[in-house]
Write a protein that binds this ligand. Structure first.
Ligand code: NAD
Ligand code: WQD
Length: 344
């Protein structure tokens, strides 16, 4: 049964593309809005292979209000919107803060404005555990304080959550859910879609897979003198397919709700913390590759430990993760090898 169209901004990107697959499996028709500023066109072809459907793409910039308006005009019967489109490089955001405020905040304002004009509801927003900084109590719950962000990127996520909340308070009928993702890793098990880091990866897992593949010489582990079991930092690494499924659960929660207004925030993680060394050792186990790594200095701005309390998402969305760290790293490695074969 066809359940209707869902507009997916940033749908050609890492998390967006995996979510489009899950939307199709759940009976929805994704309409991708993307300017391909951080994604490749081949992703759409691979998505079509994976879903055995034609995937509709509206190429353009969410900062372009008139473009967005035209998209909503064309697709009148949209059931909901998932807003992934944003820049996400934490370090770069300190170098070019205005680029980040412009792209991440302005696009969200535009989207809300157009949704308001078309009387559309049911927004899922991509937020991040970065809003918690270093929590005082672990696991971190949704009611834990949001701390002043370390980076302009983190601030754009806090600001967008606030903008959505203000808009919700002022509106008569608007439903939105912000999902605070922990650390998304892995790729689709088919190896057809995955993460495409531009240049030298900032994130741990793509750096590991590129090192194992010989693209990078050596992984540096940023510090082993933290107050953790092995001295390296702890994160909650979630398989991107599990994360993608959380978006369907969030959408359906809003679509099925009898309330005219709805606003919630959910942590989306596994609930388990793993250290950097554990990730390295698990990668070596699942890939059979010996990783060339060294211990280096701490990276400025890193939090020591963060992992989620996921009971709210489990109780209210009926969602929880199904895949393990092993699954994630195996799929990340499979994707890296497929990329190498295609020489992308
Ligand atoms: P990504 O860069 O792979 O995907 C983002 C997509 O949005 C890209 O296809 C890009 O071309 C597109 N885009 C960017 N600006 C646009 C604009 N103005 N108009 C149209 N398209 C635009 O990133 P991702 O990892 O898939 O992240 C998706 C979302 O999740 C982002 O909002 C990000 O901040 C958030 N998030 C990501 C992580 C992570 O570690 N990957 C963690 C927490 C939150
Ligand atoms: C994980 C761990 C590093 C690279 C970032 C953003 C956050 C969110 C997710 C978007 C840390 C260590 C890493 C390396 C290493 N994104 N590491 N060597 O820092 O938890 O979060 O991505 O919202 O906002 O800040 O993820 O993958 O960069 O790092 O030792 O070469 O791996 O120190 O402990 P992080 P990460």
């Amino acid at each position: 049964m066809q359940k209707g169209k869902i507009l997916v901004t940033g749908g050609a990107g890492y998390i967006g593309s995996h979510t489009c697959v899950e939307l199709v499996s759940a009976g929805y028709t994704p309409i991708i809005v993307d300017n391909f500023s951080n994604s490749e066109k081949f992703v759409i072809q691979n998505l079509e292979k994976l879903t055995v459907t034609r995937v509709e793409v509206e190429e353009g910039d969410c900062n372009d209000y008139f473009f967005l308006k035209d998209v909503f005009e064309k697709h009148r019967e949209i059931k909901g919107v998932i807003h992934f489109a944003a820049f996400k490089a934490v370090g770069e955001s300190s170098q070019y803060p205005l680029k980040y405020y412009h792209n991440n905040v302005q696009s969200t304002v535009n989207l809300l404005q157009v949704m308001d004009e078309f009387k559309l509801s049911n927004l899922v927003f991509s937020s991040s555990c970065t809003v918690y900084g270093q929590p005082d109590i672990l696991p971190v719950t949704e009611s834990s304080p949001v701390k002043p962000a370390e980076s302009p990127y983190g601030r754009t996520k806090q600001i967008c959550e606030d903008i959505i909340s203000d808009f919700y308070k002022a509106s008569e009928a608007f439903k939105a859910i912000s999902l605070r993702y922990f650390n998304p890793i892995g790729a689709h098990p088919t190896g057809l879609i995955g993460e495409l880091p531009l240049g030298v990866p900032n994130n741990l897992v793509p750096f590991i897979t590129q090192t194992a593949a010989g693209v990078r010489e050596q992984l540096t582990i940023f510090g082993d003198d933290y107050n953790t079991s092995d001295g390296t930092c702890i994160r909650d690494y979630i398989h991107v397919v599990d994360l993608a499924k959380a978006h369907i659960a969030a959408l359906e929660k809003m679509i099925k709700s009898n309330k005219t207004k709805h606003l919630e925030v959910y942590n989306i993680g596994t609930g388990d913390g793993h250290s950097v060394l554990e990730v390295v050792k698990t990668f070596e186990k699942v890939s059979g590759e010996k990783l060339n790594y060294k211990i280096g200095a701490r990276r400025s701005g890193d939090v020591e430990k963060v992992f989620a309390d996921v009971s709210k998402a489990k109780d209210e969305l009926g969602w929880k993760t199904e895949l393990s760290l092993e699954d994630s790293l195996r799929d990340a490695w499979n994707w890296q090898q497929k990329l190498a074969e295609k020489a992308i």
